[in-house]
Ligand binder design. Structure first.
Ligand code: TYD
Ligand code: MG
Length: 566
């Protein structure tokens, strides 16, 4: 089609209401029954000719839940196959374009999303003959209340009789405590939790262990049924893993299926306490066009499971695969639908796994769970604050150039080791690893100018142990101390930790959450903690047993106190 024709067509469809063209009945597009593929036909009233019956989790939404008829294409070739208008003429129903990034829906194709400006993310949908209330229908048989029975309730009536302590499903033991911490104090009944993470990071292991904990029913005092559904592995494979994890919970049920309707139907006789689905990208709903893992399937399946969770009060835990860029695969709107989004992180070479909440409707997103992948599954780390300290820490009394900094991740404090090496006689180069180069340059310049350290002729190497990246200015003082220690060849006793930001005048500035940082250092048995003088105020008269907190105004004072014999 000529470009001119395309433009004319577009103008025509944008302003067609102005033309008021009457199409003769004999020429009108034949309508297919939109319930042709309904997964729950008996519950649906006969479709009216004029009103499309589309239901989403938010209620009736004729324009919001189109079914995908053409697979997503984000390769930028959309412009070439843009003529959706032609399809309308052929009677394939209204075509709309939905952004895979933010879920914005548009009546026509644009090169980029007009809501979030993402390029090449507009995916074509057609509200064809299969617009069905699939998500509601799939969980329909569980619905205890009809919409008409619901009415607004007084807050005091809602809260009356609910024991806040018993409200959440608690997870027992040290492993359970770490997971509970990230969830905000336990699993909330009726919540939908999405767990994302790289392949092989341990998502299936994590959820199988959670399933076992709840199935053992320590919080209830008796076992409770939990169903673990996998669309990726057979029950034998899951059983094998459970065996390796030494899980023997009587009430843990395994099921291998990818059909959401079938899963929900099979659950009913068990009335489980928790449902686990591994993974959302492998399950599908029959009424929705598109293969499992596609945008509309993922969205509709999540909606169906949300309905199920809200209506039955059974919490559902979903596993979500992540894309190359680290986001959960599928439409971004998925993260808006669910109540909690957890990410499991871990380095390939390290056995530590971090569990973070990216979204939590029932708690803080500041919490961090620290776990370790061992031979027998995931275990809580006994002292996470120490996990980034090198093993030779006890010998560091004899090594110059090591200093301990305290960094925060969420609400948790971690001690990390900074290493510096000043080599005289070689070319005056600088190599930094794990520290921002400009920050390191600034600290070196301040040490030269404000503390009188003659390091300009030296090659300086800086490194943060365990591959951690120092992003906080709270580590400045430890970097400066490590450089001094190496240059002066004066080992810093391994019982000293450093907290503070270094200013251009060589002055020490306080940092956020100083009490938490100093408290963590004290708990780990350190003898002395060097902090900025101004931080002493916020610490008040707090006493840290067995540890001296030394406030210093500037770098010179630190050098005089720590490297006293020089
Ligand atoms: P898995 O839970 O299958 O990861 P995901 O579901 O995120 O893809 O975990 C896979 C990795 O975990 C695998 O590489 C082996 C390791 N692993 C252990 O080290 N110990 C164990 O006890 C288990 C069950 C797994
Ligand atoms: Mg898995």
């Amino acid at each position: 089609m000529q470009v001119l024709d395309m433009r004319t067509l577009r103008i025509f469809y944008t302003h067609k209401h102005l033309f008021n063209l009457a199409v003769p009945k004999s020429l009108s597009i034949p309508r297919f029954s939109r319930y042709l593929h309904s997964t729950f036909p008996l519950r649906c009233a006969e479709p009216s000719e004029t009103t499309p019956h589309v239901w989403s989790i938010y209620g009736r939404a004729p324009d919001r839940l189109p079914s995908q008829t053409v697979s997503s294409s984000s390769d930028g070739n959309e412009g070439a196959k843009r003529p959706n208008d032609r399809n309308r003429k052929k009677g394939k129903g209204k075509v709309s374009w939905v952004c895979a990034e933010c879920g914005n829906s548009d009546g026509q194709w644009w090169g980029s999303c007009r809501a979030c400006n993402a390029v090449g993310t507009m995916t074509r949908f057609s509200e064809g003959n299969s617009l069905v209330s699939v998500s509601e229908a799939a969980s329909g048989s569980w619905l205890p209340q009809q919409a008409g029975e619901l009415r607004p309730l007084r807050l005091t009536d809602v809260n009356r009789g609910i024991n806040r302590l018993d409200w959440r499903i608690s997870l027992y033991g040290p492993f359970g405590a770490e997971v509970s911490r990230v969830l905000g104090g336990g699993l909330v009944p009726g919540s939908l939790v999405l767990v994302g993470g790289d392949p092989g990071v341990g998502k299936s292991t994590l959820l199988l262990q959670i399933a076992a904990l709840i199935a053992e029913g320590n919080d209830l005092g008796r076992p409770a049924p939990v169903v673990y559904v996998s669309g990726e592995e057979s029950v034998e494979q899951i059983g094998n893993r459970a065996d390796r994890l030494r899980i023997g919970a009587e009430e843990l049920f395994l099921y291998s299926s990818t059909d959401v309707e079938d899963i929900l139907a099979k659950l009913q006789p068990l009335s489980p306490r928790v449902l686990i689905v591994d993974s959302i990208q492998t399950v599908y709903l029959k009424g929705v066009i598109g293969s499992a893992g596609g945008i509309s399937q993922v969205k509709e399946c999540t909606s169906a499971l949300l309905h199920f969770a809200k209506k039955t009060n059974i919490p559902v835990l979903l596993i979500g695969h992540v894309t190359k860029s680290g986001e959960i695969a599928g439409p971004r709107v998925l993260e808006h639908i669910v109540d909690v989004v957890l990410y499991m992180e871990g380095e390939k070479c390290s056995s530590h796994r971090l569990l973070r909440a990216a979204k939590n409707r029932f708690g803080s997103t500041d919490e961090l769970g620290v776990l370790e992948m061992s031979q027998s599954g995931l275990q809580a780390v006994s002292n996470p604050s120490e996990m980034f300290l090198s093993e030779q820490c006890t010998d560091s009394e004899y090594l110059a150039g090591l200093a301990v900094a305290v960094i925060m991740d969420g609400s948790r404090a971690f001690l990390i080791e900074i290493q510096a090496l000043c080599a005289s006689g070689s070319t005056a180069t600088r190599q930094v690893n794990g520290i921002q180069a400009s920050r390191a340059d600034m600290i070196i310049a301040v040490l030269m100018k404000q503390a009188g350290l003659k390091i300009q002729e030296n090659a300086i190497f800086l490194n943060v142990v365990s591959g951690v990246t120092l992003t906080e200015t709270a580590g400045d003082l430890a970097v400066a101390a490590a450089i001094c220690s190496s240059f002066l060849e004066f080992p810093i006793p391994n019982s000293i930790a450093f907290i503070g930001e270094v200013g251009l005048g060589g002055e020490l500035r306080t940092v956020p959450r100083i009490e938490k940082r100093v408290g963590t250092v004290a708990k780990l048995g350190y003898k002395q903690c060097i902090v900025p003088k101004s931080a002493e105020k916020s610490l008040g008269s707090q006493v840290f047993e067995g540890m001296e907190v030394l406030g210093c105004r500037n770098l010179k004072e630190v050098i005089n106190n720590v490297f006293r014999s020089h």
